[in-house]
Design a protein around this ligand. Structure first.
Ligand code: BGP
Length: 456
């Protein structure tokens, strides 16, 4: 039996743009996703867009009961900035009512509400002004954060500013999976820098508004493993970590941007524009906790034909295809649960053993109806196996002293996955896309048992 610490959070994560639906109704303004789907629907799997998603806006009351039915004691979702403040300034009362009722219902069902502010859903009015490239986005985000803390602070005791901030940077400005889908390393770095400052500005305001709650940030972590111990491969892994992990984790927890990162960017003429006062903002506003989304490791080797100045991250490290890898073929991601142990020890040794939790972990599988039994339940044993293995390695890290306070699966009910639409399903509940009916999968029953025993 693997026992987890007292008060361990067993939960799930989701986000407003991927679940709420009613995406242009009840006062909500468009995000880049609404705009992009409107202008280029063919980019989206089976033309599935953001307007309906999983219908949480209309089903939230029953959904809170469903969360309880699978033993969740906590859940993270996000507020939609474009719903709460459609023009960036004016509060939408319908949004306030919706979120207050939703968060209160969660609490009534024994679910601790953890709220994130930005989950890739840039309001279109701000994107029209340059999005995170425009330094004024920092102030706009801080206003949104303050408004949220004031409106919902009595219901939410754990806040996070951003979900996976590096993802909107790389997907929007390098790899073209998010709007504006351009390829420009220099602009990507400016976007990252302003995002970091927006996070810091929100933490600063948080400390002014409340003393009784906690704030953190959610980062995606892909521990980097070099192909070999050869110097060039090890250097590639180090640089990959600088760009992908330490760029946000170090400033969030330690208050510093790694010197090696600044030097590397300077060497390639990629430093962002900075202003006086930024240094203090970064140094002072540290988080109370960290959320880490873990799906897959990163395996790298020395870059193949590096350019200087670098034009892409591939000029610093190349992907390495490890022949022994075990794959999730649907998502194309390696399955490597051992990494959660490495992550746990990294947090202990390199980040002052700050409280942290696994804020997302899960397995996306296509065509899950193949696994439906006669009574209509999806028998997702592969998902149970996946979570068990990951939890086992996490448990070992906790036994060795890592300060991990929870595990959130991705996700509660099958949700909309950006350009992938509803291709891969991750939920404890299956969503019928025609009726929006939810039905518990076998993994939901398993989760309830784990949560009841606080282990397995
Ligand atoms: C994380 C995001 C989620 C979610 C998940 C699964 O990176 O925070 O929003 O989508 O990944 O990935 P995907 O939906 O791309 O399969």
């Amino acid at each position: 039996m693997k026992n987890f610490p007292d008060n361990f959070l067993w939960g799930a994560a989701m986000s407003a743009p991927q679940t709420e639906g009613q995406s242009l109704n009840f006062g909500k303004a468009a995000t880049t996703w609404d705009y992009w789907f409107h202008t280029a629907p063919e980019k989206f799997h089976q033309n599935q867009g953001p307007e309906i998603t999983s219908g949480v806006y209309d089903h939230y009351l029953d959904d809170c009961r469903r969360m309880q039915d699978i033993g969740l004691n906590s859940l993270r979702t996000s507020i939609s900035w474009a719903r709460l403040l459609p023009d960036g300034k004016t509060i939408n009362q319908e949004a306030v009512d919706f979120y207050r009722q939703f968060f209160s219902a969660m609490l009534d069902h024994g679910i601790e509400t953890m709220i994130n502010l930005f989950h890739f859903d840039m309001p279109m009015w701000l994107m029209d002004q340059g999005g995170w490239e425009n330094r004024r986005s920092i102030e706009a985000f801080a206003f949104y954060a303050k408004t949220s803390f004031e409106l919902f602070g009595d219901l939410v005791k754990k806040w996070t500013t951003f979900n996976e901030p590096i993802v909107h940077v790389e997907c929007g400005y390098l790899y073209q999976y998010h709007y504006p889908a351009i390829v420009d390393f220099r602009r990507a770095i400016q976007v990252a820098y302003h995002t970091l400052l927006a996070h810091k500005a929100a933490v600063k305001i948080f400390r002014e508004v409340t003393q009784t709650s906690e704030i953190g940030i959610i980062l995606n972590i892909s521990p980097t493993y070099p192909r070999s111990e050869v110097e060039e491969d090890v250097l590639a892994a180090f640089q990959s970590d600088l760009l992908n992990t330490r760029s946000f984790l170090d400033p969030a927890v330690l208050g510093t941007i790694p010197e090696e990162l600044t030097e590397l960017l300077a060497e390639h003429d990629l430093l962002p524009e900075r202003e006086a006062g930024d240094h203090e903002l970064i140094k002072e506003n540290l988080v109370d906790f960290i959320g880490l989304n873990y799906y897959q490791p990163r395996r790298v080797q020395a870059p193949i034909a590096p350019k200087k100045p670098a034009e892409m991250p591939a000029d610093f490290y190349a992907a390495y295809d490890w022949p022994d890898k075990k794959m999730n073929p649907y998502r194309g991601w390696e399955i490597y649960p051992e990494a959660l142990y490495d992550v746990a020890l990294m947090m202990k040794k390199e980040y002052n053993n700050i409280p942290w939790y696994v804020s997302e972990n899960g397995m996306g599988v296509a065509d899950e109806e193949r696994f439906m039994n006669d009574s209509g339940e999806i028998e997702d044993d592969y998902r149970i196996e996946f979570m068990k293995e990951h939890l086992s390695y996490l448990h070992q890290g906790i036994v060795e002293g890592s300060n991990c306070f929870g595990y959130h699966a991705w996700t509660f009910v099958d949700c909309w996955s950006w350009l992938n639409g509803y291709k891969n399903r991750y939920g404890f509940y299956r969503l019928d896309l025609d009726t929006l009916e939810r039905s518990m999968k076998k993994s939901g029953r398993w989760m309830r048992a784990v949560s009841e025993k606080n282990g397995f």
